[in-house]
Design a protein around this ligand. Sequence first.
Ligand code: NAG
Length: 308
Amino acid sequence: MAPSRPLMRGIRPPRVFPTRAGRASPYAIALTALLLVSAFLLALLAFGVFSLPVSAPSAATTNAAGGETESADARPSRPRARRDLGVGLGDRGAQWTEVISWEPRAFVYHNFLSKEECDYLIGLAKPHMVKSTVVDSTTGKSKDSRVRTSSGMFLQRGRDKVIRAIEKRIADYTFIPVEHGEGLQVLHYEVGQKYEPHFDYFLDEFNTKNGGQRMATLLMYLSDVEEGGETIFPDANVNSSSLPWYNELSECARRGLSVKPKMGDALLFYSMKPDATLDPLSLHGGCPVIKGNKWSSTKWMHIHEYKA
Ligand SMILES: *[C@@H]1O[C@H](CO)[C@@H](O)[C@H](O)[C@H]1NC(C)=O
């Protein structure tokens, strides 16, 4: 029987790198190692295990509530997060999200708008303010009211670049598409003006024809208010007297969970519970302005597309 050695030699794989001594040279080993390391790094990049710091060393990350979490030291020179590329006005500073209540579900997005964006919205609305109305629950039509004494106006959805940027941002933070939102409403409250506690959801057929029920509201504060003008949730399941800002609140605002207006901050709350039933704890109102002026802007969001 012939020895098997010659056959084995015949199927030996061909050498990639020709060598003098029949063994891999240090050069070939180094090159192979380099190739393997490159392939490994490329694989890590491809699977997103790490990323190259291209131009966003402090790129914003998104937390569960949809807000951006950034370190406070990231200031004007910081590159913008990808979602903000080329949109919006001015610098918004550091953003963080605060959960203020789970019953109702309510969150404050700090520095949601820049000062420039607040001024822009006020500037657009100011020449067109009219006395606010409320919806008549029997006819579904607008009517004058003593419970709501502010003035306001609607800004057409997507009417310009800045509005589109803000509406995109609202959709990004709330996970509710831009198409589900009504046009932004800008409101102005002078000293003594208020909005008595009410629900944002509808109990009539007429107002739910377009887009179905209102599920959430984003209320943006466009100005600081020296005194009063807080947004209050009188029935919230929160021990409000234990909150750190309780002592800064007006008398009216101490009757429940309240948010003090601060320029650029936004208050998101849901009028519906996660099981899609209406949430009566979402009852809310605007306390009377005691000193100063209150400007705010509201985005109502529906469960279906809202034809604007
Ligand atoms: C609410 O908080 C205040 C202040 O921390 C405390 O004195 C009070 O007992 C609390 N009330 C309830 C019902 O827990």
